[in-house]
Design a binder for this molecule. Structure first.
Ligand SMILES: Cc1cc2nc3c(=O)[nH]c(=O)nc-3n(C[C@H](O)[C@H](O)[C@H](O)COP(=O)(O)OP(=O)(O)OC[C@H]3O[C@@H](n4cnc5c(N)ncnc54)[C@H](O)[C@@H]3O)c2cc1C
Length: 328
């Protein structure tokens, strides 16, 4: 089987780069191990204009959001499934005076029924403000629809890629029955073991999230009070998360779960039930720099290190990296 680009990984990085390459009329084959944990599925996956801790606008937000809206709405249309929704964020603990005037257009007072709902539902003494527009990416929909789309083009293989089976000779990539012009690694945190890019400053960390059933909480908002509550359907809310740098396994962190449960008991005046506890590794780098690299001497590349704003930054980075790849 012949393809121009062999893409390893079907998280947000592999999805966006394969999409952009198709837009350039290139052929792709994506290999993804769908049994492995994807950071992209465990993620909160929101596009938030405001850094809530610092109360300033996320760096280069306007550039990133323009590309993100373009990619996610185009994918939504192409795949005919909900991929992106506008969901305002209710943020507590807003300082009375915001130093950064650029933030003002995104902040709105909460009035009327919404103010009453917040007063009745939350026990926090803090002032709440609405951040809008903000967006949520429906990751499960996106990845399964993209997989189906590629399968229909005979461009997806659900398998574990084995590096020992890869050979690159005379500028051609060979993997089992697949011959490709280039291989692009989008393996998320697994890239730390990639021998072709062994010099990179990966600093992976792990994050936990809970799935919580909160029947009385309106699902038209995301709620942020240190932890985030993000509606995922059927009155379930994604709740997270933490950053753990020293760890030996991906078992659920029971201590964090207990703390989070206590935080929620203090925060909410309404009942909730924890339904699930999920964990994944974030592929990050020293200095939080995304990686869009071409190998020095081989027809190989890497798109990784998307970090904590992967869903916001990914589309613009994928567009510019795809342009670079096709121009080589
Ligand atoms: C708890 C948590 C919360 C987060 N919240 C947010 C958030 O709100 N917003 C945000 O933008 N980001 C968030 N992130 C970060 C975000 O998840 C990452 O930036 C992004 O998902 C990384 O995408 P990726 O495609 O590089 O990696 P992944 O999503 O991990 O995808 C890698 C893929 O490669 C596949 N793979 C790896 N090795 C092989 C192999 N040998 N063979 C075949 N397939 C292979 C894996 O199966 C996987 O499908 C969060 C992360 C965590 C853990």
């Amino acid at each position: 089987m012949q393809t121009e680009y062999l893409v390893i990984g079907g998280g947000i990085a592999g999805t966006l780069i394969s999409y952009e390459l198709l837009l350039h009329n290139k052929s792709v084959m994506v290999i993804d191990d769908t049994t492995a944990v994807k950071a992209s599925i465990v993620a909160g996956a929101i596009l938030n204009p405001v850094n809530i801790k610092q109360w300033n606008v996320a760096k280069d937000y306007q550039q990133y959001i323009a590309a993100a809206l373009d990619s996610y709405t185009s994918l939504q249309k192409l795949l005919n499934t909900p991929v992106i929704s506008e969901v305002p964020i209710i943020a507590f603990d807003a300082p009375a005076k915001k130093e950064d005037i650029l933030i003002q257009p995104f902040l709105h007072n909460i009035t009327g029924r919404d103010a009453a709902m917040i007063k009745n539902t939350f026990a926090t003494p803090y002032t709440a403000q609405k951040i809008s527009p903000a967006f949520q990416i429906h990751t499960a929909n996106l990845f399964s629809a993209w997989r189906k789309y590629l399968l229909a083009k005979n461009a997806f293989l659900d398998a574990h890629f084995e590096m020992e089976q890869l050979s690159i000779a005379n500028g051609t990539v060979m993997y089992k029955h697949i011959h490709a012009e280039k291989i692009i690694f989008c393996e998320g945190a697994a890239a730390i073991q990639n021998p072709l890019f062994s010099h990179l400053p990966f600093t992976k960390n792990r994050g936990d999230a809970l799935l919580i059933f909160i029947p009385g909480l309106p699902k038209k908002f995301i709620y942020h009070n240190g932890i985030r509550l993000i509606p995922t359907g059927n009155q379930l809310f994604w709740c997270g998360s933490n950053y753990t740098w020293n760890y030996t396994n991906l078992e659920p962190d029971t201590e964090w779960r207990k703390q989070t449960e206590n935080t929620l008991k203090d925060l909410l005046n309404i009942p909730f039930i924890i339904k699930d506890h999920i964990v994944a590794e974030r592929p990050t780098t020293a200095g939080q720099q995304p990686l869009m690299l071409l190998h020095d001497s081989l027809p190989a590349a890497m798109f990784n290190g998307l970090g904590t704003k992967g869903f916001l930054m990914g589309p613009l980075l994928a567009k510019s990296f795809a342009k670079k790849l096709v121009s080589k």
